[in-house]
Design a protein. Sequence first.
Length: 201
Amino acid sequence: MGKAAYAALALGGALVLAAGGARAAPLEQHLPVCAACHGKDGNSLIADNPSLAGMAPEYLVRQMKHFKSGDRKSAVMAPMAAALDADAMQALADHFSEQTPAAGKAGDPALAAKGKVVYDEGIVGSAVPACSGCHGDDGSGDAKYPRLAGQHAAYVEQQLAAYRSGARANDLKGVMGAVAKRMSDADMRAVAQYITGMNKE
């Protein structure tokens, strides 16, 4: 057995021990694929890819199911989700939910200040509700709504734009679609700059 093969086997064994029980096999099988874009610890280093660390497992499972069913469109995630059964989805969701979110990066100060107002108070003139009402004052989210604190600003803007255009329409009761349609590009950019720095050290 070569050194590379031995290292791969050792890594697989470590994952089995770390995961434990019935979820070890699906986690060992699928985590390396997910880690390529989202980071093994759920902290993505790629601005276009979301960080998953600290997300509620119920939310993560629902998103994977939506990618698999086509309720949430993604040319990248659709084939990934197609390979996942219920056990694999749960194992991955549990793993990422247990990871510690990395500290966010401070956004543009002027934009972040405007974004904080949107996040905490909404935009009265445009009937945009406060983001904190669903995602929490600290951006930690819950089983229904995703964690936002520390998320990449570019990803937040992309998703808000997708909700506004209708490209993403898997939100509960169409809430985010309705909200995003009342936000300008400047509103989205500002709140994204605030969100990315919410949990900075």
